[in-house]
Design a protein around this ligand. Structure first.
Ligand code: AHN
Ligand code: ZN
Length: 335
């Protein structure tokens, strides 16, 4: 695919000139010059392909750190990304969870156009939670979850994005970072004072030990729970605190792309998520595209959050496409 005129500003000049057929009252009207930014063309993000990637991850079984499903899924993520770029790194690490368990984690990093200085970071967590501690049935509180929206959906979007950008890369470099051990945070029964550092163990490790020494990106975008049906992405608190210009840019592009029904211009509250550590420890302005809802949810997240109901049925292909399209527009819009 060749894109010509990738970046151009269309100046719509509505010049109401006095001509013989214009009525006298219109003759005085001043020339109105309106600036309309036209989005650059993007490759086609395929809903079925993205959904297949989500289903594949779930088929390994819950991707809980220190389990076989986690190891097998890591291998599959690595080999899948290697189909789209030779630059794939698996970063192994050990992290101590809130309950003392030592987790063997793997962050998976795929780089496109590695020579480009201007880079965009795209991330999501790929592990799933060991406990359905928010399940309405207490009998499920120790059951590991599929993490269809909470994990697999964001990864599914990024894998499909990797597939479609590969043949004709944007001008900026792209780094896809899939974090492990995000969701091993304290359970409902184990709340203590230091919850600030108990989530996002993979992103905390990466933010202090990036895959390339001194790694910097222009900005980062985290995806979390992006596959919810009729998703509502409100503007998350840490994103507005650390990277307000990126929030504005992404929401503006989303609106131009016709997704104003999902990308809501409203504050959504502060979430301790991977982007918090990327901002705090790696100093990369990073936003979180995360489904947040007040109505019909006791947690502020989607109603199946950390329940056994967070399964494939709850993932909407339309939401994946919306997020994928917006990310593609952001990438191909960057100069
Ligand atoms: C807190 O509940 C403090 N953070 C949520 C992080 C998370 C878990 N995102 C997905 N699962
Ligand atoms: Zn979670």
């Amino acid at each position: 695919m060749k894109y010509i005129d990738r970046y151009f500003i269309l100046l719509v000049v509505i010049a109401l000139q006095a001509t013989s057929c214009v009525s006298p009252e219109k003759r005085d009207t001043q020339s109105a010059v309106k600036e309309v930014e036209v989005l650059a063309p993007i490759p086609v993000f395929n809903a079925d392909s993205a959904m297949a990637s989500v289903a594949k991850q779930i088929a390994f079984g819950p991707r809980v750190p220190n389990t076989r499903a986690n190891v097998e899924c890591a291998k599959w993520l690595e080999s899948t990304l290697k189909r789209y770029t030779p630059n794939v790194i698996v970063q192994s690490f050990k992290a101590r969870a809130f309950d003392g368990t030592v987790l063997n984690g793997r962050n998976i990093i795929a780089s496109f156009n590695p020579e480009a200085k201007a880079r965009i970071l795209l991330c999501s967590h790929w592990d799933s939670r060991p406990w359905a501690d928010h399940d309405p049935d207490p009998a499920n509180h120790k059951t590991p979850i599929d993490g269809a929206n909470d994990g697999a959906a964001g990864v599914g979007v990024l894998l499909e994005l990797a597939r479609v950008i590969a043949p004709d890369l944007p001008k900026v470099g792209v780094d896809i970072v899939l974090f492990d051990a995000e969701d091993y945070g304290p359970t409902q029964a184990n709340q203590n004072s230091d919850t600030e550092n108990e989530w996002g163990l993979g992103s905390q490790y990466w933010a202090r030990n990036p895959h390339i020494q001194g790694y910097k990106a222009r900005f980062g975008i985290l995806l979390d729970m992006v596959g919810v049906e009729n998703a509502t992405f409100k503007q998350e608190g840490w994103s507005l605190y650390y990277a307000p210009h990126i929030v504005k840019k992404v929401w503006r592009i989303a609106h131009q792309a016709g997704y104003d029904n999902l990308f809501i211009e409203d504050e959504g509250g502060f979430i301790t998520d991977d982007h918090y550590y990327v901002n705090r420890d790696a100093n990369i302005p990073t936003i979180n595209i995360i489904h947040l809802q007040r109505e019909g949810s006791s947690t502020g997240f989607y109603p199946y959050w950390h329940t056994v109901g967070d399964n494939l049925e709850k993932v909407s292909p339309a939401s994946l496409v919306a997020v994928g399209d917006v990310l593609l527009h952001v990438l191909y819009q960057e100069k």
